[in-house]
Design a protein. Structure first.
Length: 233
């Protein structure tokens, strides 16, 4: 496969899910960091929506968004010779794959709308936009934190009932969920002690080699909690 370049922001959960995906599949890629709150013409030229991530490859299409990228990469991997082919990211039969996609939509859609986007917007993007001169909206953070507990309960239920979130095999659903939780964990927002099955699941994902680059990420003005890089919390 030709060399890949991922345009991302290091605390963007959709971008993180694709970084995890590419690393899990052993695909080499370069990173090009973008500040999505600036809506630069260069980003809009690649993706008129002004959203991340964007994946480009020599001689190939420009792929915009985690959904399109993950599906494209999954199809690409299927074409590799059997001996060299990594495990599928949408494993199982049609029903199994439908469940993976349902959960990916849950995390990249519902969780993002109700929790991750709001917290990152208030605690990170707002500070960058106003050079640290604008305080977060306390009411918005309170609502997002309340929503997070609902999502953590559901994630804990899935982790307790299944080996991985969508079934017996790790899938893109696990990577999407871990991407969001890792962003929130960087900001110290996840009440891990109240959701033990979710904590144990996340520790398994966080211990995988593909996660190492994410644990090394830092953003200016915000330091992660001490447990962020601790594989056993």
């Amino acid at each position: 496969m030709p060399k890949l370049k991922l345009t991302h922001f290091r605390l963007c959960p959709q971008s993180r899910s694709i970084r995890l995906l590419l690393a899990e599949l052993g695909l080499a890629f370069d990173l090009d960091e973008e500040r999505p709150w600036e809506y630069r013409p260069e980003l809009l030229a690649m993706n008129p929506a002004g959203e991340l991530p964007v994946l480009t490859r020599e001689g190939g299409p420009i792929l915009c968004g985690a959904y399109a990228i993950s599906e494209y990469i999954a199809e690409e991997v299927k074409q590799q010779p059997g001996d060299a082919r990594p495990p599928p990211i949408f494993p199982g039969n049609r029903a199994d794959r439908a469940e993976v996609r349902r959960l990916v939509d849950w995390f990249h859609g519902k969780l993002n709308r109700e929790v991750t986007h709001e917290i990152i917007e208030e605690r990170v993007y707002r500070a960058y936009r106003h050079n640290g001169a604008s305080a977060p909206d306390v009411a918005m953070l309170r609502a997002a934190r309340a929503n997070l507990r609902y999502h953590m309960s559901y994630l804990a239920y899935l982790a307790d009932q299944r080996h991985w979130l969508a079934g017996e095999e790790m899938s893109f659903a696990d990577l999407a969920a871990a991407a969001h939780l890792s962003c929130l964990d960087y900001l110290g927002e996840v009440p891990w002690d109240d959701y033990e099955p979710a904590r144990l699941w996340f520790a398994r994902v966080k211990s995988r080699p593909a996660f190492r680059a994410l644990l090394a990420d830092r953003i200016s003005g915000v330091a992660p909690p001490r447990h962020y890089t601790d594989l056993d919390f």
